[in-house]
Ligand binder design. Structure first.
Ligand code: FAD
Ligand code: NAD
Length: 465
């Protein structure tokens, strides 16, 4: 193969990178993937999606036992928390899945180059002191926590932590302050609230979950408040001091004003994530980043430099594992001469709290900016399965184009909203109208019937309210 070591060299083995590497190898390309972590799978498998879901799932059971949800169904239990065992099952899940990627690399003959890569030219990188040349290089270096000036994270001390530290707390904090009412703050805040912590969430904006539909944001706030999370909206944290085993935060109204202090046993900094490009020596490849530090690409994931591609959290778009995976597949297919496409208008997003919160496509506010819309809404309290399961909270909302009836966005809050949103994404991918969904037979009794009923509400009326 001339003087190239590889057809494709992927930098980063997260869900973007490892999927791209496997797909490229499946397509007959000689492939390597570099990552300096001890295990494959990136943020998602090691310190993100998987460990957080392991803690969410386990703490959900504990909460159901502790808050009376089980008693409602005739199961009287008094739970006793075994936190080390809960952590052990989290670690086990991570171990199993990251080892699974190593197995898939071997099976597909992807070489794992152990170490962090830096460009030495436009078709070469150095990893652990060795230089490799590749016809194509995919940058899939992901993202890491955005720091908050004045609030220094030290995961070892377990007082001011980021998401990685918050996954591993050795004891349930008395009072946890979450900075940022986004996905991480609400998911990990929920874990520790369920296990017994008092949780206060400080959010800069006037509402939690920015980017989501306004009805969803409002109802989610109400539900989390009911569960016991206290919100300080329109508030910013301007500093933190560690005093003994506690942190003292200084808060100010977002618009400016009098400062106050707040004491916490643990502070979680979750104000967003930023792309990883430090240490890549992008300049040696002739690449630059945009103002947000991201690498820009075209629809086919080519960067400005021929032969260099980029995918996942390091490029613009939502920072989601499934978006990174789909981009990885499409990018590898494009390198192999096929036509790999990702429809960025239909990327579902899910918050794995109780209940779950999910959406795909446009919010009602965004849709209205583009033209006239019709909206159908159905409360989960009217859904027979949700009612039977004692899950009264939430709703499904469908936003359709007023003229064509084409579905533009679907939003839901429901115990299994993350599963329900898949049918909405598929319908939108097929260009469905609300009528298509309304006239699709949905199994009874399922939570998904609420999607059908919301669709019926777009042009007519649902049956069960
Ligand atoms: P990453 O997964 O970040 O992987 C990038 C990899 O590149 C890393 O392993 C890193 O070590 C490596 N790397 C970086 N620089 C170099 C270099 N120079 N050389 C070699 N390797 C390098 N998303 C969801 O869709 N669902 C969820 O439930 C979810 N939960 C999350 C929970 C938490 C706590 C966090 C933090 C994130 C969560 N996410 C979730 C987001 C998700 O993890 C990311 O969107 C996803 O991992 C991005 O994939 P990626 O491949 O672009 O990058
Ligand atoms: P986020 O962008 O979801 O939320 C950050 C929040 O912090 C926002 O509400 C923002 O207004 C607020 N904020 C910013 N600066 C602040 C300040 N100084 N004081 C108070 N509030 C402030 O970010 P995140 O929760 O850190 O998550 C990072 C990324 O990880 C997200 O983009 C998300 O897509 C991804 N993620 C996804 C999942 C999932 O899919 N279930 C789970 C976890 C993380």
């Amino acid at each position: 193969m001339s003087d190239f070591d590889y057809d494709v060299l992927v930098i980063g083995a997260g869900p973007g990178g490892y999927v791209a590497a496997i797909r490229a190898a499946q397509l007959g390309l000689k492939t390597a993937c570099a990552d300096g972590r001890e295990t494959l799978g990136g943020t998602c498998l090691n310190v993100g999606c998987i460990p957080s879901k392991a803690m969410l799932h386990a703490s959900e059971f504990y909460d159901a036992a502790a808050n009376g949800a089980m008693a409602k169904m005739g199961i009287d239990v008094t739970p006793r928390l075994n936190l080390p065992a809960m952590h052990a099952q989290r670690v086990d899940a991570v171990k199993g899945l990251t080892a699974g990627i190593e197995f898939l690399f071997k099976k597909n003959k992807v070489d794992w180059l152990k170490g962090y890569a830096a460009f030495t030219g436009k078709d070469s990188v150095e990893v652990a002191g060795k230089t490799y040349r590749a016809k194509n290089i995919i940058i899939a270096t992901g993202s890491s926590v955005t720091p908050l000036p004045g609030v220094e994270v030290d995961n070892d001390k377990q007082i001011i932590v980021d998401s990685t530290g918050a996954l591993e707390l050795a004891k349930v904090p008395g009072h946890m302050v979450v900075i940022g009412g986004g996905v991480i703050g609400l998911e990990l805040g929920s874990v520790w609230r369920r296990l017994g912590a008092k949780v206060t969430c400080v959010e800069f904006l006037d509402q939690i979950l920015p980017g989501m539909d306004a009805d969803v944001r409002k109802d989610a706030n109400r539900i989390f408040k009911k569960q016991g999370i206290e919100f300080k909206l329109k508030t910013k944290v301007t500093g933190a001091a560690v005093k003994g085993k506690k942190a003292v935060l200084t808060l100010e109204p977002a618009a400016g004003g009098e400062a106050e202090t707040l004491e916490a046993d643990v502070v979680l900094v979750s104000i967003g994530r930023r792309p990883n490009t430090d240490g890549l020596a992008l300049d040696k490849a002739g690449l630059t980043t945009n103002q947000r530090g991201q690498i820009e690409t075209g629809h086919d994931f080519r960067t400005a430099v021929d032969g260099i591609w980029a995918i996942g959290d390091v490029i613009p778009g939502p920072m989601l594992a499934h978006k990174a995976e789909d981009e990885g597949i499409a990018c590898a297919e494009n390198i192999a001469g096929q036509t790999g496409i990702v429809n960025h208008d239909v990327i579902p997003s899910v918050v794995y709290t109780w209940p779950e919160i999910a959406g795909v496509g446009l919010t009602e506010e965004q849709a209205k900016e583009k033209g006239e819309v019709k909206v159908g809404k159905f409360p989960m309290a009217g859904n027979s399965r949700a009612k039977t399961n004692h899950e009264p909270d939430g709703f499904v909302k469908i936003i359709a184009d007023a003229k064509t009836d084409r579905v533009l966005g679907v939003w839901c809050i429901a115990s299994v909203a993350g599963t329900m949103i898949a049918q909405a994404a598929q319908a939108m991918e097929f260009g469905a109208t609300s009528e298509d969904i309304a006239y699709t037979c949905h199994a009874h009794p399922t939570h998904s019937e609420a999607v059908k009923e919301a669709a019926m509400g777009v042009t007519g009326k649902p049956i069960h309210i």
